[in-house]
Design a protein around this ligand. Structure first.
Ligand code: SF4
Ligand code: SF4
Length: 415
């Protein structure tokens, strides 16, 4: 279950912080705007003072609590085991209870909360695309005709899929010579924003002898709601997913989104029809574990590739060496490392929607390092990172592709 602030000992967490500043040195938000309220230790002190009734949630404090991409870099760097992620989720929950959520966050999260709402997104996706995605440019007639509040140069609203992946591909996809059965947890980004990645995961697994079940009734994993201070909604979604997955017999769960995977591993206990516990694998982890049984392609050509570590894969799930081993095996010395490959891309789910200048600044810094690596393709494992690395490239005249690992492995995908 996702914890609420009532389950977390906030005093115990805040007392652990000795103000050493290690968290400040690694924080991407602090690197963009160097004030104390933009790093973990500053937010810890603010939450402590709110908890002790010394401060109220005024606009300054609400802004500070919202200005965090939840990348966990601070928690990873902290030597005092300060559980910052649970603390910021609890702080946001207290803020929602006392002051309500910002409208943009509320809209973004509520749209992904329920099955019937996700169906509405599909239904209206084509209309939304026609209005907002015909042209993308500050001088376009569309932008002048329909200004989008809060959306500035360099940012765009990605096109929405006109039907959710689980609506289109719901059911069982049997493999010839089946040696494993998995349930595919799709997640919102792969359902609506980048369904071609979900297609490439599905096709790669089935062609490798793995039967893939796509429960049509699955909903958002709830992690974005938890991190935004809505643990009750997150837990409602958790129970819906548990019920949806318990209808099938399987060996494991696979996801192509590290935020979903981190949430499923840390807060769920998914069981199959027989009540058997289902282990959860990120796609990268699965490929690494079963690489000898899978049909991995031979990749010819001469362009260089680099790897971007998604925060929730690298820090939440500690999957660090596996993607590098896969890429070195496939690409040999065409795989090159960029500087700081595990630094955040700037997305952070609703963070990018409500902190656009900071998100774009982080994305541009990342883009500079990608360009310096000389790579023509960035491979990663998170749909949110794919999307935001592309936005970073567009905002920084980057001339590289960004793909999900499944698209590198899928021979149908042209590189
Ligand atoms: S690294 Fe840990 S102990 Fe040090 S200031 Fe940050 S949260 Fe506090
Ligand atoms: S989670 Fe990331 S963005 Fe938030 S305070 Fe920690 S390092 Fe900074």
């Amino acid at each position: 279950m996702f914890p609420s602030n009532r389950d977390i000992n906030l005093d115990e967490i805040t007392k652990r912080c000795v103000m050493c500043g290690r968290c400040q040195a690694v924080c991407p938000v602090y690197a963009s705007s160097s004030t104390e309220d933009n790093c973990a230790r500053g937010k810890i002190r603010l939450i402590e003072k709110i908890k002790n009734n010394e401060y109220d949630f005024d606009d300054y404090i609400k802004g500070a609590i919202n200005r965090c991409v939840a990348c966990s870099a601070c928690q990873d760097a902290c030597k005092n085991d300060v559980n910052y992620i649970d603390l910021i989720a609890a702080g946001r929950e207290m803020m929602n209870e006392s002051a309500g959520e910002p409208l943009i966050k509320k809209l973004a999260l509520s749209r992904f909360a329920e099955r019937d709402e996700t169906e509405q997104i599909s239904r209206y996706g084509s209309v939304i695309n026609k209005i907002f995605n015909r042209k993308d440019g500050a001088g376009s007639g569309i932008r002048l005709k329909f200004p989008i509040p809060g959306v500035g140069d360099g940012m765009y609203i990605p096109p929405l899929a006109e039907s959710a992946f689980q609506e289109k591909q719901g059911g069982t996809h049997g493999a010839k010579n089946e040696w494993m059965r998995v349930v595919f947890f799709v997640g919102c980004s792969l359902s609506f924003i980048l369904p071609e990645i979900a297609e490439s995961i599905l096709e790669f697994l089935v062609s490798s002898g793995i039967t893939v079940i796509v429960p049509p009734d699955q909903v958002c994993c709830g992690t974005p709601h938890y991190l935004s201070g809505e643990p009750d909604t997150a837990n409602r979604l958790l129970w819906k997913n548990r019920d949806a997955f318990a209808e099938y017999k399987a060996d494991a769960v696979i996801t192509g989104c590290p935020t979903c995977g981190g949430g499923l591993k840390d807060y769920y206990d998914l069981k199959d029809k027989d009540g058997k516990h289902l282990p959860v694998y990120d796609f990268v982890e699965f490929i690494s574990k079963y690489r000898r049984k899978l049909k991995l392609p031979e990749l010819s050509g001469d362009g260089k590739y680099t790897w971007h570590d998604p925060c929730h894969l690298y820090r939440l799930q500690k999957i660090k060496d596996e993607p590098r081993e896969i890429l070195r095996n496939l690409l040999s010395d065409r795989f090159v490392e960029m500087e700081k490959p595990a630094s955040c891309c700037g997305f952070g789910g609703v963070f990018a929607a409500s902190n656009i200048p900071t998100a774009l600044d982080i994305a541009k810094k990342k883009s500079d390092r990608i360009k310096q690596s000389g790579a023509v393709t960035v491979v990663t494992a998170c749909p949110g990172c794919v999307l935001f690395l592309r936005i970073g490239a567009a905002a920084n005249t980057g001339t590289y592709n960004v793909i999900h690992l499944s698209q590198l492995l899928n021979s149908k995908f042209k590189i």
